[in-house]
Structures are given as C-alpha cells and as structure tokens.
Design a protein around this ligand. Sequence first.
Ligand code: ATP
Ligand code: MG
Length: 200
Amino acid sequence: MRLTARGLGHRFDDQPFLFRNVDLDLEAGRTYAVTGPSGSGKTTLLSILAGWVRPTEGEVDRGDASTVGWVFQNPHGVFQRTALDHVSLPFIAAGSSRADADRHASALLEDFGLGHRAETRFSALSGGEAQRLLLARGIAAAPALLLVDEPTAQLDPLTSATVNAALGAAAGRRSIVVIATHDAGTRDACTDHIDMATFA
Ligand SMILES: Nc1ncnc2c1ncn2[C@@H]1O[C@H](COP(=O)(O)OP(=O)(O)OP(=O)(O)O)[C@@H](O)[C@H]1O
Ligand SMILES: [Mg+2]
C-alpha cells in the first residue's frame, strides 16, 4: 500500500498559501508525524490526504488505499456501549468471531492503558480515556490510511507517553498512519516526520 502526493499546495479563498510544493511518498507500516505551528495547515493536509478537501494545486494518488479512518480531536463514541464493544466491533465487522474480536480488542485496550476500563460505558470515560479508546478503535479497523489529529492534546504527560508508545506499535500493522501533532513525544514515536515549516 502506497500513497503519493505531488506538488500539493493549498490556500483558502483569497488567503495566502498555507503550503506549497508538498511531495509525499507514504507507505503502509510506517507512521508519519505532521508537525508545525497552529494554523500551519496540518489538519488541512490530513483532509486533503483523506480526499475530503481538494487541494488548490497538485495531486494525491491514493492507489489501492481505499479505506480511510480518522480519529478526531474531540472523541465521539456510543454512550451506552462499553469500551470493549467499541474496539471489538471493527474486528467483528471484518469477519472475526465475537471471542476472537474480544481477545484482539482486549489486547489493544491494554496497549492504550485501558485494560481496566474494558467494561466501562463510553459515557463514563474521561476525555483522555475516550480519546485513547477511539485511537484503539481506529487501529482495530485497520484502514489503508489512518489519520489522527492531535491524539495527546488533552492528555497528561504520563498518559501521553502510553498513547505515544501504542501509536509507535501501530506502525507494525498494515495501515499508513499520519498523525498531526504538537507533542515531541508523539513525533519521536513515529517512524517519519513531515514538518510543515519546510513547505511554507
Ligand atoms: N474551511 C476553511 N475555510 C477557511 N479557512 C480555513 C478553513 N479550514 C482552515 N482554515 C484556516 O487555514 C489555516 C490552517 O488551518 P489548519 O486547521 O489546517 O491548521 P493546523 O495546523 O491544523 O492548526 P492547529 O495546530 O491549531 O490544529 C488556519 O488559519 C485556519 O483558520
Ligand atoms: Mg489542526
């Protein structure tokens, strides 16, 4: 799986260009940290990679990377369902038995420091727990392209470290993972670094 971008540039309406001349070659099994100051266009670049925003200039070739997952900054889950349910469902949707799905999901919950919250309803999770849960779910769904926006923005340093370690481990899977972040720990946990400052 491979995604290429050539000569990407974007501006909104008559605003100045946020970035230009962005060339990317993204491969499955790698994690890409997108860094840069607030307003530099990180979320916009993710939206372009997802195909949700048409770039002002340039092309994205998604090849056979047809499925796109997105973990947003503000986590949305199903209030009455448990944490385990949220992560099991993508495995069941992909054809696993309930028992296998729960086993895989439990392991992912452990990776994200949520093993003790498996039977907790979404509505009773803290903001940081909900954020980690939806990361685990995003990885469970194993999309060709997984886009993650500011995964540690609302977490304390210790919890951020747990999430960063788990995100690093996600690189071993089949997805291309692209993570917009201000967190040096997240950047260091990724295999590759895309710095928006180099495209301004
Ligand atoms: N739909 C839109 N229409 C007009 N301007 C927009 C739109 N979306 C984003 N912008 C502007 O484009 C700039 C880049 O926004 P973007 O959200 O991509 O930045 P970012 O790097 O993700 O910032 P942050 O770190 O704060 O999340 C900002 O100035 C923003 O106000
Ligand atoms: Mg953003």
